[in-house]
Design a protein around this ligand. Structure first.
Ligand code: ADE
Length: 417
């Protein structure tokens, strides 16, 4: 199997949309120009397990321009854009194994299709590729290093490193400032609301929106929901984050209370069982449940299925569950990532920085791999600074420079005045 996609005839549509995204990815474009001249990834096999979107297409095209051979599979069964997959295969000769809506077996068969190409570098969004390598392929071939895009994946990998089972170094791209401060906050913030609105067409203004988790993603979602006129409640387990939410002007309370007053619930915690049967039991008729965390474990969908006496699809991406007392609860995108299932994920402008970090992380691994241990690393701050400067430049924004006197002042301890 050289590729497995829905329909190659979708390629022309995908091509136009990939070009549209490229317009808003000026930093990645610069890196592509540079890679194209230097070919720093010449002959390197990269296995990528990412959401198959127009933005990812621009990343893998950049890696190929840099000389790499790239194999792409999806990092979520519902997030694939089939026209993008078609275009990558037909117009760029990049093997893609991804079909929107694929079942769990196909999802893992596609991951195996990439691993059977024996990639030297793995690129993950959620750590499914690297964990399948550790489970099933570790005796077959060696990997130089990997990258990880998302908070959830980094948590999984840090736990592997702590337990001493991680077999090669991984760069936590998520932890770069030019990634999480922008992608997680403004990207998740906007695309989550986008997914919910495309799926439901509800008016957020005046709604009680409960956001679970006040990490960078939760802050983005809360900020955008408030900006559209919603009354926002935050639920948290971390006292510092909860305090920040209070001082940012949100109501903070446990889910046990929030479940009674929310109209729309959005989980972005990265943990499981955030909304459970005992919460659903107390929800208002018409409550809408959406998840924007990486895995579909935050809402107890199985519990909801057990509680309901009837279920029907009321709109694309909206399932209606009728409870025995007549109340109806609406679940979006089967509890999977709503922003990538019902919408198109984060806009290209923000993925520009995330994927520039990914491209430079691959180059970094190839350069430094020999000196790295089997641990999770962050990228050097110079890369963050370079990406931020290029992004500002592309936006036509200039900033100040330190004067020699200021530089001296900052580096001296004797000067007190
Ligand atoms: N993660 C969130 N949004 C994304 C996008 N547009 N492309 C790839 N990965 C994403």
């Amino acid at each position: 199997m050289n590729f497995d996609i829905k329909d190659p005839s979708l390629a022309p549509e995908g091509k136009k949309r990939i070009e549209w995204a490229e317009r808003n990815m000026p930093v990645l474009r610069k890196i592509r120009e540079d890679f194209s001249k230097r070919k720093p990834l010449k002959g390197v096999k990269i296995g990528a397990c990412l959401h198959v979107t127009t933005e990812t297409a621009n990343l893998v095209i950049t890696l190929k321009e840099g000389g790499a051979e790239v194999f792409l599979t999806a990092s979520n069964p519902l997030s694939t854009q089939d026209d993008v997959a078609a275009c990558l295969v037909k117009d760029y000769g990049i093997p893609v194994f991804a079909i929107k809506g694929e079942d769990e077996k196909t999802y893992y068969d596609h991951i195996r299709a990439v691993l059977s190409r024996k990639p030297q570098i793995t690129m993950d969004d959620g750590a499914d590729l690297i964990s399948t390598y550790h489970r099933e392929y570790k005796n077959e071939f060696e990997v130089i290093g990997g990258t990880e895009e998302t908070t959830t994946g980094v948590i999984r990998l840090r736990s592997m490193a702590e337990k001493g089972v991680l077999l090669y170094p991984v760069i936590a791209v998520n932890d770069a400032a030019t990634k999480h401060l922008f992608d997680n906050r403004y990207g998740t913030g906007q695309s989550t609301i986008d997914g919910i609105l495309r799926a439901t067409n509800v008016l957020l203004s005046g709604m009680v929106v409960v956001v679970s988790g006040y990490g960078w993603c939760g802050r983005g979602v809360a900020m955008r929901a408030r900006g559209m006129g919603a009354r926002v409640i935050i639920t948290e387990v971390d006292p510092v984050k909860a305090l920040e939410a209070v001082m940012d002007g949100y109501e903070v309370m446990p889910m046990e209370k929030a479940c009674e007053i929310g109209d729309l619930f959005i989980t972005v915690t990265g943990n499981r069982d955030v909304i459970r049967k005992e919460h659903i039991e107390k929800m208002k008729d018409g409550a809408i449940l959406a998840n924007s965390g990486h895995f579909d474990v935050e809402i107890d969908v199985k519990g909801l299925e057990e509680m309901a006496k009837e279920k029907r699809k009321i709109r694309k991406f909206v399932d209606e569950y009728k409870l025995p007392d007549g109340r109806k609860i609406y679940l979006l995108a089967e509890g999977r990532l709503v922003n990538l299932s019902a919408a198109e994920g984060h806009p290209a402008c923000v993925m520009d920085m995330s994927f520039s970090n990914q491209a430079l992380a691959v180059e970094y691994i190839l350069r430094e791999g020999k000196n790295l241990e089997k641990k999770v690393y962050i990228l050097p701050p110079e890369i963050d600074e370079r990406i931020a400067r290029l992004k500002l430049e592309s936006m036509g924004i200039e900033i100040d420079k330190l004067t020699p006197e200021q530089l001296e002042y900052l580096s001296s301890w004797e000067l007190g005045t």
